[in-house]
Design a protein around this ligand. Structure first.
Ligand code: CAA
Ligand code: NAP
Length: 249
């Protein structure tokens, strides 16, 4: 496997899955830029040092991907500083779980803006450059709950299902231009996102996973590395499930 000398951008790169993806792509030879939310700025130095301790040199640029202006400013800054983007991993995401009865407009909007609209806001500024240069890998981190739905996640499931619609449509636009666009749909992975769930709810869900355990961020990074590989030239528009058998279809 190799992404040698490619420039990879990972949104939400300092999160649980994002960190594993940054580390893996750096180990595959990519130059990696993680993006983080401006509120995480005070964590950047420690995070960069932690990765240096694992032989990975990763730069960080802060920006809010949930707005059109934030996404465009962030990507333009990255291109100006590091050059054209070859690999984009859309990994920033949040949950605001609630049953329909109690879901507020704010909970709906926050999840749609951060998990779905962000993918457009971040991809659009670099799309033309990728197609003109004849190489690109776009990997959207969706979820098993975008494929099967989940009680209390109408906002999240809608956004994550929408992400794969975006993937399929854009795959057609990139197909003749050397740009592949794919989705990875993780099951329940051990990160801050699942740690925030109610213990009883999480335990019930894990009990229903055929592999009887949550996944590790590195198991998602493995799928991303495959799709990002220089040699993964004929896979596009796909939705790769990495879920321990939770949803087999
Ligand atoms: N199916 C059917 N009924 C259910 C149910 C289910 N899966 N879950 C709960 N119910 C029922 C309950 O039994 C309860 O019934 P009664 O009123 O008759 O007692 C009713 O629905 C209300 O349930 P809760 O007590 O759970 O409601 P709540 O308001 O306290 O909590 C919730 C709502 C926070 C959404 C909670 O249900 C929940 O955490 N759900 C799981 C959401 C989830 O999986 N989130 C994943 C976060 S991580 C992530 O998203 C990563 C990823 O991509 C995988
Ligand atoms: P995480 O550790 O919470 O990481 C999410 C990252 O996204 C955080 O660093 C977060 O920053 C960042 N982010 C959120 N909103 C942002 C914004 N507006 N602008 C920029 N960055 C923003 O969670 P994770 O589990 O690694 O999740 C990564 C991705 O995988 C998400 O898209 C998630 O939906 C998806 N996923 C996770 C699981 C799972 O079980 N863990 C399963 C399926 C899919 P802050 O910390 O500042 O908010």
């Amino acid at each position: 496997m190799s992404c040698r000398n490619k420039l990879a951008v990972v949104t939400g790169g300092m999160g649980g899955i994002g960190t594993a993806v940054c580390l893996r792509l750096a180990n595959e030879g990519a130059r990696v830029v993680a993006t983080c939310h401006p509120s995480e700025a005070d964590r950047v130095d420690d995070w960069v040092k932690e990765l240096q301790g694992k032989d990975a040199e990763v730069a960080v640029v802060a920006g809010d991907v949930s707005t059109a202006e934030g996404g465009a400013t962030l990507m333009n800054q990255i291109v100006e500083k590091f050059g054209p983007v070859d690999i984009l991993v859309n990994c920033a995401g949040i949950t605001r779980d609630s049953t329909m009865k109690k879901m507020t407009d704010e909970q709906w909007d926050a999840v749609i803006d951060t998990n779905l609209s962000s993918v457009f806001y971040v991809t659009q500024p670099i799309w033309t450059s990728m197609t003109e240069r004849g190489f690109g890998r776009i990997i959207n981190i969706s979820s098993v709950n975008g494929q099967r739905g989940q009680f209390g996640q109408a906002n999240y499931s809608a956004a994550k299902a929408g992400m794969h619609g975006f993937t399929m449509a854009l795959a057609y636009e990139g197909a003749a231009k050397g740009v592949t666009v794919n989705t990875v749909s993780p099951g329940y992975i051990e990160t801050a996102m699942t740690a925030a769930m109610r213990d009883d709810v999480r335990e019930a869900i894990v009990g229903g996973i055929p592999m009887r355990r949550m996944g590790q961020p590195e198991e998602i990074a493995q799928a991303v590395a495959f799709l990002a590989d220089d040699e993964s030239t004929y896979v596009t528009g796909a939705n790769l499930p990495v879920n321990g058998g939770l949803f087999i279809h």
